[in-house]
Design a protein around this ligand. Structure first.
Ligand code: NAD
Length: 329
């Protein structure tokens, strides 16, 4: 049931498990949870989708905290998960571990099914077996696929997915719904819209284009530059995830976006302004699996979580570039 009174129902300090906690969003989340005084248990298999050394760096600060513990485990290894939950009494789980990337999913769809669907089912089974009451799952705006209506609302049909990645995230949401209804696990599926910022994924446009412009190299621009993404700054996403932890619902699907979609050409001009160099653009054909627009209706997040994105693209890219210069050069 939704907590309409907006009362904070969460005990102050909890044992929280974060899967994918060494990744981009996961490591930012772990730091925020530690700052709030929670004990944080991180599971990550440091996969090689991008350089695992980046993930080692992501969690360096967390590793110095006595309330943080890292398990180098795969969510597909059920016995390995049982071993952790046997020893520690977990109050809530953030499930972020996943195979990511639309194009990678077209190349290797079976891996995406294995990790994102069967792996999520492992997490749900663990929650059932060990009586975990609360799960927050990182779903994706990609489930809206080629939705014609904008902005995308949680009540829109999600039958238009155009990548195995999107299909795997929607399948995982469906399993989450079934487990919530069957076993009373309180689950929030958060549909995240193109997240960027410090520790961002190196293959995503905000990071990749910044690097290329800075190095004076050509930017591969797929399509005519008019495709739009609802770029959302990572701290805004973390605020939304943390708010979901503090609220009490049975099962909800909630968009977390910025709700100000930006054309690809505009992203490139903002990057060029921030970096202080002109971009060299190479136009290429559109890529399979890429949707033409993402645009979040965030009224539900506003109502249930008091969610209010604060960082606009120009400021977010300035912050990102400052981080990039300090950490990646
Ligand atoms: N970044 C975005 O724009 C975005 C948008 C929508 C949804 N999401 C979702 O948010 C979550 C985090 O994304 P991110 O951008 O931080 O990606 P990321 O790749 O940086 O983080 C994912 C982490 O999960 C780990 N992982 C992958 N497979 C695993 C497995 N089998 N066992 C244990 N750990 C495993 C990886 O090593 C990585 O550290 C993902 O579920 C992703 O689908 C991200």
């Amino acid at each position: 049931m939704i907590n309409y009174l907006n009362i904070d129902v969460t005990p102050k300090h909890m044992n929280i498990l974060v899967t994918g906690g060494a990744g981009f969003i996961g490591s930012n989340l772990c730091e925020s949870l530690l700052k709030k005084g929670h004990n944080v248990f991180c599971i990550d298999n440091f996969n090689s989708y991008y350089d695992p050394k980046i993930k080692e760096n992501n969690i360096k600060t967390c590793l110095k905290d006595k309330n943080f513990r890292l398990f180098r485990k795969d969510i597909c290894d059920f016995g390995g998960l049982e071993g952790i939950f046997d020893k520690i009494s977990i109050d809530a789980v953030f499930h972020l571990a996943a195979e990511v990337g639309v194009r990678a999913s077209i190349e290797n769809p079976k891996l995406f099914e294995k990790v994102n669907v069967a792996g999520t089912l492992n997490i749900l089974e663990i929650c059932r077996k060990f009586g975990i009451k609360k799960l927050i799952f990182a779903s994706s705006s990609s489930v809206y696929g080629e939705n014609k209506k904008t902005p995308f609302s949680e009540t829109d049909p999600v039958d238009n997915m155009i990548s195995p990645y999107a299909a795997s995230k929607r399948s995982a949401e469906i399993f989450c719904g079934a487990y919530s209804r069957l076993y009373g696990i309180k689950i929030a599926c958060m549909r995240l819209f193109t997240v960027y910022g410090p520790r961002g994924r190196p293959e995503m446009a905000p990071y990749k284009f910044t690097k290329l412009v800075y190095e004076g190299k050509e930017i591969p621009m797929f399509g005519n530059g008019h495709s739009k993404r609802d770029y959302t700054y990572v701290t805004d996403i973390i605020d939304g995830l943390m708010a979901a932890l503090d609220k009490d619902f049975d099962f909800e699907i909630i968009n977390l976006g910025d709700s100000r979609p930006i054309e690809l050409k505009k992203l490139i001009s903002v990057i060029s302004m921030v970096v202080g160099k002109d971009p060299k653009i190479k136009q290429l054909p559109e890529q399979k699996g890429d949707v033409s627009v993402t645009f979040a209706d965030i009224s539900k997040a506003k109502k249930l979580l008091d969610y209010k994105p604060k960082i606009a693209l120009e400021q977010g890219m300035k912050n990102f570039f400052a981080w990039y210069k300090n950490n990646m050069l």
